[in-house]
Design a protein. Structure first.
Length: 134
């Protein structure tokens, strides 16, 4: 497969998944509701307000960064942490259909953490490299 198609595929994946995450999941968590904060506490997180903010920021701002291809790897890392928590802690006892979306975003996040944003990313344009944590 030509590298051009790979980079075009990464572009489409980043924009689609990033915007879906930002506006489908993250926007509703900014600022975190009392329910989200309470839920973080019930999952055993110390400082639940801090972790609730972390979830909202990783989903909303992380989704935007991923869509832009700016700091894709670190944004994807935090996205993976959040989606792993959602799938394996928050929805641990739920049926597969309930946790499926978190698992899908987790899989996308792992792929983007490994690949970076690709040729058509803002990091590549600004920093001339996609091989770093940028």
């Amino acid at each position: 497969m030509k590298k051009t198609y790979t980079d075009a595929g990464l572009l489409i994946l980043r924009i689609g998944a990033g915007l879906f995450m930002a506006f489908g999941h993250g926007l509703g968590k900014m600022p975190p509701s009392e329910g989200l904060i309470k839920g973080a506490g019930e999952m055993g997180f110390p400082l639940p307000a801090l972790f609730a903010w972390g979830a909202g920021i990783s989903e909303f701002f992380g989704g935007l960064l991923i869509a832009l291809g700016l700091f894709t790897r670190p944004a994807a890392f935090f996205w993976v942490c959040t989606m792993g928590t959602a799938a394996f802690i928050n929805h641990a006892e739920d049926p597969f259909g309930t946790k499926e979306k978190a698992l899908l975003y987790l899989t996308i996040g792992i792929c983007l953490a490994l690949t970076g944003g690709g040729k058509y990313s803002l990091s590549r344009i600004l920093f001339k490299s996609d091989n770093t944590l940028l």
